[in-house]
Design a protein around this ligand. Structure first.
Ligand SMILES: [Zn+2]
Length: 337
């Protein structure tokens, strides 16, 4: 039998990225196209199918040789059913059985998992989390997502919704997160939160440099605030550091609750380096149990833009192996007696 190949699909609100990989996550080819989410499910599913075919051709791979595929999609999803439930950034998608549709059209069995869990499994199997039995993955970008690996397995919880680490409560009061809760980590430390803090300061006539940069290159984002901070705007620097210290409160809770071997930090905001992560790690050290903190390695993710698609491959590989195990276990059960 030839070495198994996999297809990984990262379905995002703006782009679709497809990878064909070997079983070690080595990328043989990739292709990306815009999602055009407004076309609705039919158009987008057709585009995913085309993109997988193109990626297959680029790698000179017959799709019949692809063992399994995985799709990383924005939540909420039903991983068990392989259905996209009703994601906010894919308008018109209600209970779309994406895994089944792709299986029918490509002849490859597909699994579906949410993007943060894919990022987590990807870093665990192929990236910065390789070799750790227990780890927490945290992705910090416009929102904050996460995933939890316990004893080498993704922890999914009672209904598949575990790992919402952006919604750890770090304050009794404060701003409201994307899901409508008060005091969530995401409402203090995400890119959206940093931009909102800056907007409020600008409205009061402060942050002149950030304001000027945003005027030249709208919209105002966390990256704008970071750029102003790099150019010497003290208050912009302070806003990012404060977000970092809230991030640290979240990290401290994770360290105390899970005593993980590693925390892998991904997402665009990690590009801010020490400015954000310095206060985060400092706060985490001060606010967690000393032994647990000394046991944990806090590292940056290695998979970058491909994290979700490689994670989808990792999830597909894992489920494929489990299914094969179950199959052989079923066959090994002695019949009656
Ligand atoms: Zn929340």
């Amino acid at each position: 039998m030839s070495a198994p190949l996999y297809a990984g699909v990262d379905l995002g609100g703006t782009k679709i990225l497809v990878l064909i990989t070997d079983e070690h996550g080595e990328v043989l080819s990739e292709d990306r196209v815009p999602t055009h989410a407004a076309d609705g499910p039919d158009g987008v599913v057709a585009r995913i199918v085309d993109t997988v075919r193109t990626a297959g051709q680029r790698a000179s791979v017959d799709l019949a040789a692809v063992h399994a595929g995985g799709v990383s999609a924005p939540g909420p999803i039903d991983a068990e059913l392989g259905e996209i439930t009703q994601p906010p950034n894919l308008p018109g998608w209600h209970n779309v059985p994406l895994a089944r549709l792709l299986h029918e059209q490509l002849g490859i069995p597909f699994v579906l998992e949410n993007d943060a869990n894919c990022g987590c499994v990807g870093e665990h199997l192929f990236g910065a989390g390789k070799g750790y039995r227990s780890l927490i993955f945290l992705t910090v970008s416009t929102g904050i997502g996460g995933g939890i690996i316990v004893d080498n397995r993704l922890y999914v919880g009672a209904s598949g919704a575990a790992g919402e680490l952006g919604h750890l409560i770090v304050s009794r009061t404060g701003p409201v997160c994307g899901a409508g809760h008060v005091g969530c980590l995401e409402a203090f430390a995400s890119g959206t939160a940093i931009a909102a803090r800056a907007e409020a300061a600008i409205a009061q006539g402060r942050l002149p440099r950030t304001a000027r940069l945003a005027e030249h290159n709208p919209p105002l984002t966390a990256e704008t605030v970071y750029l102003a901070a790099q150019q010497g705007e003290e208050e912009a620097y302070g806003i990012i550091q404060e977000a970092g210290s809230y991030l640290g409160l979240g990290l401290a809770s994770m360290v105390n609750a899970f005593n993980p071997e590693a925390i892998v930090l991904g997402g665009g905001l990690t590009n801010m380096g020490e400015t954000l992560l310095g206060p985060a790690v400092d706060t985490a050290r001060k606010r967690s149990f000393a032994q647990s903190f000394s046991d944990v390695r806090i590292v940056e993710g290695e998979l970058g833009e491909r994290a979700a698609a490689l994670g989808a491959v990792a999830v597909a590989r894992q489920r494929h192996a489990e299914a094969a195990e179950t199959d052989s276990a079923t066959r090994e059960v002695p019949s009656g007696r």
